[in-house]
Ligand binder design. Structure first.
Ligand SMILES: Cc1cc2nc3c(=O)[nH]c(=O)nc-3n(C[C@H](O)[C@H](O)[C@H](O)COP(=O)(O)O)c2cc1C
Length: 121
């Protein structure tokens, strides 16, 4: 099985998780930072995993732009998964915690975007 893991990371936490997921998956696994990905690499994979820090309730601009630019239905027949990193809810005050819960996090938005491109969840 061929797996591509794409991540963005500002402070390296998401990078570490991406690499750990890569280490845990068997088969042909590539872990690439968002800027290193050649879109043609999407054509020959079985599983695509995309991870991003949550920035303002959503994935980073680079991740969003990358997914937006995937031609429609390129991911048809490819399994997709998403993960994010975020501030632990226990570390913020109640008001902000509520706002964060309402605003959401990056992973769901990534998953929805990958599904729109034909990916199988
Ligand atoms: C500009 C900016 C915006 C952020 N917005 C959110 C947010 O909306 N919700 C949240 O839970 N964490 C937010 N965070 C915290 C990051 O998601 C968290 O620091 C992330 O896990 C760091 O990942 P990294 O080490 O891979 O960069 C934000 C951080 C930055 C720098």
């Amino acid at each position: 099985m061929k797996t591509l893991i794409i991540y963005d990371s500002m402070y390296r936490n998401t990078k570490q998780i991406a690499k750990s997921i890569g280490d845990a998956i068997t088969g042909d696994v590539k872990v690439l930072r968002i800027g290193e990905v050649n879109p043609s690499e999407l054509e020959s994979i079985d599983l695509l995993i995309v991870g991003s820090p949550t920035h303002g309730f959503r994935p980073t601009k680079l991740i969003q732009t990358f997914i937006d630019n995937i031609p429609g239905h390129t991911l048809r027949g490819i399994d997709v998964a998403a993960f994010d990193t975020r501030i632990p809810a226990s570390e913020v005050r109640t008001g902000l915690r509520l706002l964060m819960r309402l605003g959401g996090y990056a992973a769901k938005r990534i998953a929805d975007a990958l599904k729109k491109k034909g990916g199988t969840w």
